[in-house]
Design a protein around this ligand. Structure first.
Ligand SMILES: Cc1cc2nc3c(=O)[nH]c(=O)nc-3n(C[C@H](O)[C@H](O)[C@H](O)COP(=O)(O)O)c2cc1C
Length: 191
């Protein structure tokens, strides 16, 4: 007999997927460790060709976060001036939970593409797990992650790992409107 128990929550599962939005503004309240653990568990459940487990995940503590915020503030100060730098600093300082997901670099191009895809699936799993537990997320890939000092601060080797996403997590201060998506967009139905 085929086990179809997984279908029982399909309705609410689709709701989770379709209601999730990127959150930009977070409450400072910490994200409980058990919720972070659930999200990490769901990342590892991502589809992954050859089960290479290519993700390298860093849950950033306050010391590292402060160093990244300072690095970004200095960058913004150079590009946009002191006022813009302070506004960014204030916003970034409020984000209560930071999770970096890197992918191991494979010399085999196809393997690397597949590994990167698996990491992206893992990040989406995490975002949906957080969302279904009432926590918002923002997947970021801003310029700071490409700064040489970023990898030094976190402590990874850029010849071995590449950043897929820096995930911000927290209770939403505001939930943006879901933008309407066209489900037919970019889809060709072939005979
Ligand atoms: C690979 C990737 C990188 C992203 N980088 C950023 C970013 O640097 N800054 C940002 O504001 N949003 C970033 N986003 C979030 C997207 O802008 C967001 O998902 C998109 O606007 C759709 O909105 P939604 O998540 O609310 O559906 C990123 C998303 C992905 C998948």
């Amino acid at each position: 007999m085929i086990d179809i128990s997984f279908l029982e929550n399909t309705d609410s599962f689709e709701n989770v997927i379709n209601s999730r939005v990127t959150v930009h503004d977070f409450k400072t309240q910490a994200v409980p460790k058990n919720v972070v653990d659930k999200a990490l568990f769901s990342l590892a459940a991502a589809p992954n060709h050859f089960l290479t487990r290519p993700w390298r995940v860093y849950v950033l503590g306050q010391k590292i976060v402060n160093e990244i915020v300072e690095l970004n503030t200095a960058k913004v100060r150079i590009d946009k001036g002191e006022k813009a730098a302070q506004i960014k600093k204030e916003r970034w300082t409020k984000v209560p939970c930071w999770i970096l997901v890197n992918c191991t670099i494979s010399q085999d191009e196809i393997r690397f593409q597949e590994d990167y895809a698996a990491c992206a699936c893992g990040i989406q799993n995490m975002m949906l797990t957080f969302w279904s537990n009432g926590y918002g997320t923002k997947w970021t890939t801003g310029p700071v992650i490409r700064d040489p000092d970023f990898s030094s601060i976190v402590g990874f080797d850029t010849s071995k790992e590449v950043v897929v996403g820096l995930l911000w997590v927290g209770l939403p201060n505001a939930i943006p409107e879901k933008r309407v998506r066209d489900p037919e967009h970019n889809v060709t139905w072939l005979p």
